[in-house]
Write a protein that binds this ligand. Sequence first.
Ligand SMILES: [Zn+2]
Length: 247
Amino acid sequence: MALTDETTVHLRFARRERQYLFWSEVGRISAGGPTQALACGTVLPLVETFIQQGKTVRIEANYPLGPSVKMLRAAGAVCRSNPLPMERWNEPTPLARWQMPGVPTADPARPVYVSWEDYLARTANTQRMKRCYAASKKANRKRLLSATPEHRLTGPLVWKVIETARGRCMHCNSLAVENRPSDTKTGQPLSWAQVGRRIGSLDHVEWRMGGGDNGLDNLAWACLWCNTWPSERRWGATDHGGYFPGD
Ligand SMILES: [Zn+2]
């Protein structure tokens, strides 16, 4: 299904005549529905196909994507709102540079933890479990197009996933135990592309929309970079802060 040869697929999203539509000028892709969720359900398989082909999918939304934005992002698409009226959409808009693969990013800071043992030694159990509970809560959430998960995930189970992996990303093998950086004063999230391979996240081996569940055998630890960008899954990759202590 060669809809476009471009390495980046640009999709647009807007509400038009009571329909919610995704479309692209290149490849003439058009997918939509009477609600955001239905429109998203139509476009998701396309987005997945492009990502599997190693392409970057950028979605510019002129209308709020609603909860669908999470699913599109989970599939690896870059979504951003473009508040410009449609007739001005051909004007160049600044890219969200820090979250795009293939765009140079600043040098990463030094790793917060030099090894898995260092992470264990310098974090309290309560601190680690807090993160695990947050991840389990997120994974248990009912999603728009997925069934309610059969297995309820718990904090200790998430910890088991991390511990089994010794904090390593299953895709690139980077030590991924850091949190997303945030401003120490305001708590506002900061750009994370520089250290994307060091930030840990819970990954579903089979994507939940594809029938994947919260069972232990379907869970894995992954860095946020690989989790966000399936095309960036390269074993031993040293970009975006990839860090491989010899343990
Ligand atoms: Zn990774």
